[in-house]
Design a protein around this ligand. Structure first.
Ligand code: GDP
Ligand code: IMO
Ligand code: MG
Length: 422
């Protein structure tokens, strides 16, 4: 099948960027289908490190990037990213869906205002305006990339929105002054750069599929941040799980063949919300994971919360996304621990056990993880599957058995070449 997809199976930052970069070799197009610059995807090639927020990770290796209709796009960030990557000598083609919604300055202000209003119940968003932009999309008041091609329509839509957003910001007690004319002028500047990229990317991808071109879909975030199937309300505002793939790029669900679920060999989370297998990061194993794994957010630099691998969570994603293969990253970070634990199910307050993610957030927060313990490993060998120590292979084999998905890739370091192929 010509179309395959990469999805995060936990709370994001599983190493999707690295895996997409690796798998992009066989693709012509690499496509973002949801989220925006809340994502931060890292690609390490030799001595060069690239951190991409909106551009698909395949752009680094010269593939054609597509930012699909399901994405929310901060046009100023996109311009900066395109120019930044080109300035580093990377050549790539790009298409931006005319149906993608634009994140405008008032969305970022509203993101901050909503979070402040929630106080102790704040989500811990990335502050990039993601939620407010998707709100406008659902309210049918959004401004789309295609509007950049029609200055009059653009100005009209921005004007209408500014009047309403000003009032909402006021209701939140904010004194920010919005200037519609300034926003439109800045947008026209961004449009100078973005205009050649804007097109009907759904039609382009449908033709690509008909022509047998390789297409790789690049998920952002992780399934536990999915607006329907994640730990609502501590989630992002898009469908991360497989339903979002097809609608977010304009293909049919049956067009998608292999689905590669990226699994970090342990678990991390940025922002608030329940996390059953969390460990304290000021000492012991939690500290090891945070320090050895350099667990700081790629987008916001916030420290990530860390804990053992949770197979209840991973299997939730496997079921929701139809994951066929796993890419297990950061196995090297577990090296040096005497024992490694994996959560296989939860004990609930009423004494029952479950291997499902409870849909009730309070029940999920109260779930007590039950672990299976494995012998650790001190190094990961020569980069081949056979070269992996037996203890690491036992751990991976357990993931394979418990998820029913085949292990395709194993990450033993951040670099493109530090990848074991099964
Ligand atoms: P993404 O959002 O899923 O693309 O992941 P991020 O880029 O936000 O965070 C993953 C971090 O882990 C990045 O710094 C990667 O360079 C790094 N990384 C990815 N795979 C591996 C691996 O196998 N081993 C190690 N040590 N680091 C990895
Ligand atoms: P990648 O693609 C990790 C989290 C935020 C917050 C919640 C909502 O790099 O894996 P938002 O700004 O989307 O409204 O924030 O979602 N979050 C991520 N966490 N990785 C990401 O992306 C994330 N994108 C959003 O921390 O808890
Ligand atoms: Mg990330």
């Amino acid at each position: 099948m010509a179309v395959s997809a990469v999805v995060g199976t936990q709370w994001g930052d599983e190493g999707k960027g690295k895996i997409v970069d690796y798998l992009a070799e066989r693709a012509k197009y690499v496509v973002r289908f949801q989220g925006g610059n809340n994502a931060g995807h890292t690609i390490v090639v030799g001595d060069d490190t690239f951190k991409l927020h909106l551009l698909p990770s395949g752009c680094v290796s010269g593939k054609t990037g597509i930012v699909g209709n399901g994405c929310v796009v901060d046009p100023f960030v996109l311009v900066e990213e395109v120019e930044g990557l080109k300035a580093r000598g990377v050549e790539f083609d790009l298409f931006l869906s005319d149906r993608a919604h634009l994140i405008l300055p008032y969305h970022k202000l509203l993101d901050g205002a909503e979070e402040a209003f929630k106080g102790g119940r704040a989500v811990g968003t990335t502050g990039r305006g993601i939620g407010p932009c998707y709100q406008d999309k659902a309210s049918r008041t959004g401004v789309r990339a295609g509007d950049l091609l029609h200055p009059e329509r653009l100005a009209e839509r921005v004007n209408d929105n500014v009047a309403v957003k000003q009032a909402i910001l006021g209701a939140y007690g904010r004194e920010d002054e919005l200037d519609a004319e300034e926003i439109v002028n800045d947008l026209m500047g961004a449009a100078e750069v973005l205009r050649p990229f804007i097109t009907d990317t759904a039609a382009l991808l449908q033709d690509a599929v008909d022509g047998g071109d390789g297409v790789l879909l690049e998920g952002a975030q992780g399934v536990m941040l999915d607006i329907d199937h994640g730990t609502y309300p501590f989630v992002t505002s898009s469908n991360v799980a497989s339903g979002g793939m097809a609608s977010g790029c304009g293909l049919a669900p049956r067009d998608v063949g292999d689905v590669i679920g990226v699994v970090k060999a342990y678990t991390t989370r940025v922002g608030a919300g329940p996390f059953p297998s969390e460990l304290p990061t000021d000492a012991g194993v939690g500290k090891h994971l945070a320090e050895v794994g350099h667990e700081f957010g790629t987008t916001t630099g916030r420290p990530r919360r860390c804990g053992w691998l949770d197979l209840v969570v991973v299997n939730h994603a496997v079921r929701l996304c139809g994951v066929t293969h796993l890419a297990v990253t950061k196995m090297d970070v577990l090296a040096g621990l005497d024992e490694v634990q994996v959560c296989t199910h939860y004990e609930l307050p009423d004494g029952t056990t479950t291997n499902r993610v409870p849909s009730d957030p309070e029940l999920f927060a109260a779930a007590r993880p039950v672990y299976e313990t494995f012998e650790g490993w001190s190094e990961l060998g020569d980069g081949t599957w056979q070269g992996l120590p037996a203890t690491a292979r036992t751990y991976l084999q357990f993931l394979r058995e418990k998820t029913g998905a085949q292990i395709k890739l194993v990450g033993i370091g951040p670099g493109r070449s530090e990848t074991v192929v099964r």
